[in-house]
Design a protein around this ligand. Structure first.
Ligand SMILES: [Zn+2]
Length: 338
């Protein structure tokens, strides 16, 4: 077994991944709790080497700067490692202790973000951040065929009999394509949230845990998407998890830079005019907002209007309290249009 792993990790050896007798649904992982004997070295730009107990010296793809190892890299030290198997094969993850300088408070310009119906994120400054489909049309077609194949094989299987090797391989291919899509989604979220955290000090988002808003394929209960094409299937499933992750990433990235994420309850943000505060469901028509107050008459993109309302819902609370730290308690304040 140990030799099988050593062969597998040896790039010059033709041996494939050693296989297990039983397939469990859990993710196999091996922990290396001590960093003492790892002896991490960099071999080239793309490759590094590490000592693993009972396996020996193995090479790994070098994907990021390691604290205390990369010259000029982040300060800190490696404290251990973990081998994890995912849909792409074995990955090595290093645990690290990093010294992070205390962030300097940086109010910066405030930003409201709304989850758009046709685009991923709509910003209160009138811009949007969007992404394409996570899989190419060829990959989607491939996935569709694999899913059909696996359904057929599953249906043909006598009850009680374990999955055939061919079916297991099909499952693996499906898992790899889904993991590819998710990896691209997370990558986009990282890039987008880093850019936003760099630019804006205070980022205001809708607190969905307390707004009781239910999103359906046709939009939301509050704002049904009329004639709006929805991103379907896998894309929608990923988007479902995506908002929570976007907020989590924004929270730590803004905090590292001395900024802050404020979550506000924002009922009615899509029906209220951000300029005059007039609220009327009739103002909204699909992605278009036209204020029905004749004295105002503001018209523009409905999601931008909502994003401005979200920003203002925290803005009034912040200025009312007179300091940024108090913005956290804005959670309990009713939203007001400026
Ligand atoms: Zn108005």
């Amino acid at each position: 077994m140990t030799q099988a792993w050593a062969n597998f990790f040896d790039p010059g050896h033709p041996a494939g991944r050693p296989s297990f007798k039983s397939r469990s649904r859990s993710r196999p992982a091996v922990d290396v709790p001590q960093a003492r004997d790892l002896n991490i070295t960099r071999l080239s730009r793309r490759w590094g080497a590490v000592n693993l107990p009972k396996v020996g010296r193995v090479r790994f793809r070098w994907t990021r700067d390691l604290p205390g190892v990369t010259r000029g890299g982040p300060a800190g030290r490696i404290t251990g490692a973990r081998l994890v198997k995912d849909a792409f094969g074995w990955q090595i993850v290093f645990r690290a202790e990093r010294q992070v300088p205390a962030p300097v408070a940086r109010p910066g310009p405030g930003l409201g973000i709304d989850r758009g119906i046709t685009v991923a994120l709509v910003l209160s400054d009138g811009t949007t951040r969007d992404h394409g489909e996570w899989l190419t049309s060829g990959e989607k077609e491939h996935l569709r065929r694999l899913e059909k194949t696996s359904a057929r094989r599953r249906a043909a299987r006598p009850p009680g009999q374990r999955a055939s090797r061919r079916l297991a391989r099909t499952y693996d291919r499906i898992a790899r394509l889904r993991a590819t899509a998710k990896r691209r989604a997370v990558d986009w979220q990282h890039q987008t949230t880093t850019e936003l955290a760099r630019t804006f000090g205070v980022v205001v988002v809708e607190d969905l845990t307390i707004t009781n808003m239910v999103r359906t394929a046709k939009g939301t209960i509050e704002r049904p998407g009329r004639n709006v094409r929805q991103k379907a299937g896998l894309n929608r499933a990923i988007t479902g998890q995506a908002w929570g992750r976007t907020v989590t990433l924004l929270e730590y990235k803004t905090r590292d830079r001395g900024g802050l994420v404020v979550k506000v309850p924002a009922p009615g943000t899509s029906q209220t005019c951000h300029r005059c505060g007039h609220r009327d469901p009739a103002a909204r028509d699909g992605t278009r907002f036209s204020c029905v107050n004749p004295a105002c008459g503001w018209a523009g993109h409905a999601d931008t209007n909502a994003a401005i309302n979200i920003r203002n819902a925290a803005g009034t609370a912040v200025s009312g309290r007179g300091d940024l730290g108090a913005a956290r308690s804005a959670k309990r304040q009713p939203p007001r249009a400026a």
